[in-house]
Design a protein around this ligand. Structure first.
Ligand SMILES: Cc1cc2nc3c(=O)[nH]c(=O)nc-3n(C[C@H](O)[C@H](O)[C@H](O)COP(=O)(O)OP(=O)(O)OC[C@H]3O[C@@H](n4cnc5c(N)ncnc54)[C@H](O)[C@@H]3O)c2cc1C
Length: 490
C-alpha cells in the first residue's frame, strides 16, 4: 500500500517474503509473468547479524552458505551438507508432491512411507521436534539459533513433535526468499488479471453474511449488503473454520460434532507479528558492513538473536502476554526495487513476534504500539547507526491490527491455525474436513486453515481446485500426479 501521508512510499503491510513463489505450479499455469508479476530472488538471501558484528549467511548458492556456516563451526557445515544430501530426494519426491496435492489419509501415508528408505527417514526425523533435531545435530549456538529461527520458528512451534522434518526440509529446499517487484500487491494484480482474462469477476468490499443452504445443499452466499450470489455448483470458503461453520452457516445445518471441531480449531500462539515500517532518506547501513561490505546486499536481515535459549524465553513471554527481548527480522525492499519509494528515497521494515493478548488484553496494543515501535527503532539504530538521521517517518502495525484487517487471521495468527494439535495434513483444519470438503454437498474450503497451511503459497486453493473439479467430474489437465501415486512410486 502507498503511505497515505507520504506519496510514493510503498509498504508491504501484509506479506513480503514469498518463498520460491515463481516455482509454484499455479504461477506457471496462470502465466502470471505474462500478467505482470516479476519475482526477485536476491543472492545474499538471509543475514543473521550478531551484536559483535559477525554474520551467519544464507545464500542462494548452497556452497556459499556452507562457507559461512564453516566460519562458525566446520563440523556444523559438514552436518548441513550431509542433511541436505539426505533430504534433497525427500523434498523432491515426497514433500513437494504432498504440498501440491490433496493430502493422503494418515494410515495410508504411513504404510506407503514405510516402504522406502526415504520415507522411513522422513518419519524418523518427523517424530522429533525442530528443537530436538537442531540440538541433536548441530553444535554451535549461533547456528542452532539461526536454523531454529530462519527455518523453524516462523512457521511452527519448535517444541512440537511431528515437525522435526521442518529444519532438514528447509535446509534442502531450493526455494529461497523472494519478493515481488512493485510490492506484494503486484502479485494480487497479476492474479486479478488472470481471473478476469478467463471470464471471472472479483467483488471487493463484500462482507459475507451467510452461506445459503437449500434442500441440504449449499446454494450461494448472501452479503451483509443483502446481495445474493447464487452458486451453480459450489461455494469455496477461504475463511477460517469458525467463520465458515459457526458464523456463516445456520446452526441447524451444522452437525454438533462439526460445530465442536470448528469451535476447537486453535491458532498459533507465536505467529502474531508486530511491524515497524520506515520511510527513509537512505537505506539502513549496518555497522557490521564495515567488515563485511556484502551485507549491504542482504535481502532478509535478522537482529537480536544470539543463542537458541531465546526461543523458550520467547514462548514464555507469549504465554504470559509480555514483551520478550527483541528478536526481529525484515528488509529494505527499495535496495532491490527502487520504484517502491520516490527517487533516491527508501523504505524498510522489521517484524517481531509479539503476543496477541498483550498483558491479557489485545486492546492494550492501541495504547502501547507507539512506545514499542520506538524501542524497536532504537535497537535497529544500534545495528544501523545511520537510521538516527535517515528516518523521515514511521508507523507500526500490531497483532490486533492484523486481526482487524483479516478477521480470518484470528488472534493475529497469520498462518490461520496452529500446526500443533494434529491440525496438519489430512486432519487440517480438523478430522473430516481435511480434504477441502465441507459436510454439505457443494461446500468446500480453500484457505490457510487447510493443508498445507498459511503463507503465500497458493497451494491450499490449488489443491482444493483439484478436489472440486474431480467432484464435478471435470478433468484438470494441469493437476499434478497425486500425492498417493508419488508415494507409491518411492
Ligand atoms: C503482517 C503479515 C505479514 C505476513 N508476511 C508473510 C510473508 O512474508 N510471507 C508469507 O508467505 N506469508 C506472510 N503472511 C501470511 C500470509 O499472508 C497468510 O498466511 C495467507 O495470506 C493466508 O492465506 P488465506 O487465503 O488463508 O487468507 P487471506 O490471504 O487472508 O485471504 C482471506 C481473505 O478473506 C478476507 N476476509 C476474512 N474475513 C472476512 C470477512 N468477515 N468479511 C470479508 N472478508 C473477509 C480477508 O480480508 C482476505 O482478503 C503475512 C501475514 C501478515 C498479516
Amino acid at each position: 500500500m502507498e503511505d497515505p501521508r507520504h506519496a510514493g512510499f510503498l509498504h508491504n503491510t501484509h506479506s513480503f517474503f514469498h518463498r520460491g513463489l515463481n516455482q509454484m505450479p499455479w504461477y506457471r499455469d496462470l502465466e502470471l509473468e505474462r500478467h505482470g508479476a516479476v519475482y526477485l530472488e536476491p543472492e545474499f538471501n538471509v543475514a543473521l547479524i550478531l551484536k559483535g558484528g559477525q554474520v551467519l549467511e544464507w545464500w542462494t548458492s548452497f556452497e556459499k552458505t556452507v562457507e559461512s556456516f564453516a566460519r562458525f563451526s566446520r563440523r556444523d557445515a559438514e552436518t548441513l551438507q550431509q542433511w541436505r544430501e539426505r533430504f534433497l530426494p525427500i523434498v523432491q519426491k515426497i514433500l513437494i508432491p504432498e504440498s501440491q496435492s490433496p493430502p493422503v489419509p494418515l494410515d495410508r501415508r504411513r504404510t506407503l512411507l514405510e516402504r522406502s528408505p526415504e520415507g522411513r527417514l522422513l518419519m524418523e526425523v518427523s517424530a522429533l521436534s525442530p528443537l530436538e533435531f537442531v540440538l541433536k545435530e548441530f553444535e554451535h549456538p549461533v547456528i542452532q539459533a539461526g536454523l531454529l529461527f530462519f527455518n523453524g520458528l516462523r512457521e511452527v512451534d519448535l517444541r512440537c513433535n511431528g515437525l522435526g522434518h521442518h529444519i532438514p526440509t528447509l535446509l534442502a529446499s531450493t526455494s529461497k526468499a523472494q519478493m515481488c517487484r512493485g510490492g506484494s500487491e503486484a502479485l494480487a494484480r497479476a492474479l486479478t488479471a488472470a481471473v478476469q482474462e478467463s471470464g471471472g469477476e472479483i467483488k471487493l468490499q463484500a462482507q459475507p453474511r451467510r452461506i445459503i443452504v437449500e434442500n441440504g445443499r449449499v446454494a450461494g452466499v448472501e452479503t451483509g449488503a443483502g446481495n445474493v450470489f447464487r452458486a451453480q455448483h459450489f461455494v469455496a470458503s477461504g475463511l477460517n473454520p469458525q467463520q465458515t461453520f459457526l458464523e456463516l452457516l445456520e446452526e441447524t445445518w451444522v452437525p454438533r460434532e462439526w460445530r465442536e471441531r470448528a469451535q476447537n480449531f486453535r491458532y498459533n500462539l507465536i505467529a502474531p507479528l508486530f511491524a515497524l515500517n520506515l520511510n527513509l532518506n537512505d537505506p539502513p547501513s549496518y555497522r557490521a558492513a564495515e567488515q563485511n561490505p556484502q551485507l549491504e546486499s542482504a535481502f532478509m536481515v535478522i537482529l537480536g538473536l544470539e543463542h537458541f535459549e531465546q526461543f523458550p524465553e520467547l514462548v514464555r513471554h507469549h504465554e504470559a502476554g509480555t514483551i520478550p527481548p527483541t528478536v526481529m527480522w525484515g528488509s529494505c525492499p527499495t535496495r532491490f526495487d527502487p520504484a517502491q519509494a520516490p527517487p533516491g528515497k527508501h523504505t524498510a521494515f522489521m517484524w517481531e513476534k509479539l503476543p496477541y493478548r498483550l498483558r491479557g488484553n489485545p486492546a492494550n496494543w492501541d495504547s502501547e504500539k507507539e512506545s514499542h515501535g520506538k524501542a524497536m527503532l532504537e535497537l535497529w539504530t544500534e545495528y544501523a547507526p545511520n537510521l538516527k538521521q535517515a528516518v523521515l517517518d514511521w508507523f507500526v502495525r500490531t497483532p490486533l491490527d492484523t486481526e482487524r484487517t483479516f478477521p480470518n487471521m484470528r488472534e493475529g495468527d497469520l498462518l490461520v491455525g496452529t500446526f500443533a494439535r494434529g491440525q496438519i495434513g489430512y486432519h487440517r483444519p480438523f478430522p473430516g474436513a481435511g480434504h477441502y470438503r465441507g459436510h454439505l454437498p457443494g461446500l468446500y474450503l480453500c484457505g490457510g486453515c487447510c493443508h498445507p497451511g498459511g503463507n503465500i503459497t497458493g497451494l491450499a486453493g490449488y489443491n482444493s481446485a483439484q478436489v472440486i473439479l474431480a467432484d464435478l467430474g471435470l478433468s484438470a489437465p494441469w493437476a499434478p500426479t497425486s500425492a498417493e501415486e508419488c508415494l507409491k512410486r518411492l
